[in-house]
Write a protein that binds this ligand. Structure first.
Ligand SMILES: Nc1ncnc2c1ncn2[C@@H]1O[C@H](COP(=O)(O)OP(=O)(O)OP(=O)(O)O)[C@@H](O)[C@H]1O
Length: 354
């Protein structure tokens, strides 16, 4: 049996229903939960920690049915978006708080806090109070407090959302290191797909109180099963016909645009092709002797800023456009302007038939 098994969970809260939620997680695995606002992600975490008792379904942790256990019996840690630190206690006291129930000896507590603070780079602020800390420091304190009691499972509800992008990147790095060191099993709700990319082994996508798709990170991102999932994940789905084989590759005709894919498909069948914008490269001249099997002549239609990157829309032929993401530096170096002829380069392994 998996370390965490959630079996057909149902709960009704007011007008909202969480229905038929099933998930499995092995010890030490990291699951991110993604999905639009109001999908029921937080309610699931609150069922797992024991704030709500489901109407139907069961939750097993390490082989034990904990569905009706009180929260304090579960040994599950939680980190919230607002950190919920105790303002009258120092950072040291906040971190040591839960540990005092497990360890009596002061020296052992001090050593454990020092080790954890060291791992999360907060050793220098142990004497300070939360009100004097930056967002990133509060976040690391909250994480240290949750990890130090060695929870069997750590739940995190958007723990990285309140800090700037640079701190967020550093925090992911620290978080990854700490999770590995303490071999913690994690469920992490996030709205930032980069969190999932950097941290997760598995992903579950929620919508309207149900799991729309779940599985290993790459599988979910590369092969979204519905149009909604594809849009949510920023994957472009194109419809076409598998025309035939070209050696080991499948030739797909998308309104006259031919793409070669490494995924096998029955010739003559209607297929959908998934393309991730970051898997398409561009060149202003037609490249020669390159490994990418797809070199497509396009016209650059538009350039739009999107987070730290820029989204380019390339018109491949009369009907089909391709979306790609590149840095502003790359745009400047290549001197790209709308109307330019641009070659899109795509490896056949990045043209996935779904
Ligand atoms: N105790 C409650 N009683 C009634 N409705 C609730 C309760 N708690 C949450 N809800 C509703 O259930 C829905 C799902 O809430 P939830 O907080 O789980 O969403 P979420 O996916 O975590 O959203 P977000 O990404 O915005 O945090 C929302 O419409 C919310 O208003």
């Amino acid at each position: 049996m998996s370390f965490l098994r959630i079996d057909d969970l149902h709960i009704r809260l007011g007008e909202f229903r969480l229905s038929g939620v099933s998930l499995e997680l092995e010890k030490g695995e990291y699951l991110t939960i993604i999905g639009p606002t109001g999908a029921g992600k937080t309610i699931l975490l609150e069922c797992i920690i024991g704030f709500y008792t489901p109407d139907r379904g069961r939750i097993f942790l390490d082989g034990t049915d904990i569905t009706r256990y009180r929260p304090c019996q579960r040994n599950i840690g939680i980190v919230y978006q607002d950190y919920a630190l105790m303002p009258h206690m120092t950072v040291f006291e906040n971190i040591a708080y839960g540990l005092k129930k497990q360890v009596r000896e002061k020296k052992a507590i001090a050593a454990a806090v020092a080790e954890m603070a060291d791992a999360l780079h907060i050793g220098h602020i142990l004497a300070r109070h939360p009100g004097t800390l930056s967002g990133g420091e509060q976040q690391r304190t909250a994480l240290a407090r949750a990890l130090i009691v060695k929870p069997r499972l750590l739940l995190m509800d958007e723990p990285l959302s309140a800090v700037d992008p640079q701190t967020r990147r550093e925090m992911r790095h620290l978080l990854k290191g700490a999770i590995r060191k303490w071999e913690t099993t994690v469920i992490h709700i996030t709205h930032d797909l980069d969190d999932a990319w950097s941290l997760a082994d598995k992903v579950a996508m929620f919508r309207d109180g149900k799991i729309l798709q779940s599985g290993p990170l790459k599988e979910v991102f590369d092969t979204p099963r519905t149009r909604f999932a594809a849009d949510f994940l920023g994957v472009r789905i194109l419809e076409g016909i598998a025309e035939g084989r070209d050696g080991e590759m499948t030739r797909v005709n998308i309104n006259g645009l031919i793409l070669k894919s490494a995924t096998p498909a029955e010739p003559g069948t209607h297929v959908r092709v998934a393309l991730r914008p970051e898997n398409i490269m561009v060149s202003k001249t037609r490249p020669e002797k390159i490994s990418a099997q797809n070199v497509i002549r396009t016209t650059l239609e538009s350039v739009c800023p999107e987070n730290n990157l820029h989204a380019l829309t390339l018109r491949a032929n009369g009907h089909t456009t391709l979306s790609i993401l590149i840095t502003r530096n790359a745009i400047e170096q290549m001197e790209l302007h709308p109307g330019d002829t641009v070659y899109a380069l795509i490896k056949c392994t990045h043209v996935r038939i779904v």
